[in-house]
Design a protein around this ligand. Sequence first.
Ligand code: HEC
Length: 181
Amino acid sequence: MFQRNYKIVLASCVGLALAACGGPPSSPTSDAASTDAAALTLPVSLNEMMVGPVDEATYALFDVGNAVRNNTQLPSTDAEWREVRDNALQMIAMGKILQIPGTGPVDAQWTAAPSWKAWSERLSAVGLEMLQLARERNTVAFIDAGDQLLAACEGCHREFKPEIPTMNTYRRSSFPTPGEQ
Ligand code: HEC
C-alpha cells in the first residue's frame, strides 16, 4: 500500500523537475527559472493527489493515535516505525506539493488563494511534528497530532472542497472509480 503511494509522489516530483526546467539546467538563467515556484506545474490533478498520497498517508498516521485510543496493536518493530516516519515525510511533502497547480480545472485558482497556502502549510507542519514523534516513538502524542491533522483537512475542505469532486475522483475506499480495484 505505502510503496505504491511513494512511487506516485516520486513520479510527480520527476514530472515537476522536467516541467520546470525542460531538461538539465545549462546556464545560470535556467537555474533561476527552475527555482521560480510560480512556473512549476503538476502533471496530475490536485484531486488525484488528495485521494492518493494525501489521503493514504493520513490513514497510516491516524492509525497510531487510534491504536492508543482503542488499545490495539501499536507500531513496534523498526520496520513499522520506519513506515510511520515515511508517511510523515509523505505528509510534509504533500503540504508543499498541494501548493503547485496541476491539471484539475480549479487547481490554479485554489493554489492562488492565500488561505489555501496556509492550510497546505499546516499539513507540512503537523507532518514534521509527527516525524519527530515517530523518531521518539511517542505513541500517545499521536492522538493530539492526529486531531491537528484532521482539523487542517476539515478546515480546508470547508473552505474549498466542492460537493462533487472536480475530476470525479473520490476517496478510494468508499467510492471506487471505474477502472480501479
Ligand atoms: C489546501 C486545502 C486542502 C487540504 C489541506 C486538504 N484537502 Fe482534501 N481536498 C481539497 C479539495 C479542494 C478537494 C476537492 C478536489 C476536487 O474536487 O478536485 C479535496 C478532496 C479530497 C478528497 C477526495 C474527495 C472525496 O470526497 O472523497 C479526499 C479523500 C481528501 N480531500 C482527503 C484529505 C485529507 C485526508 C486531508 C488532510 C490530511 C486533506 N484532504 C487536506 C482541499 C484540501
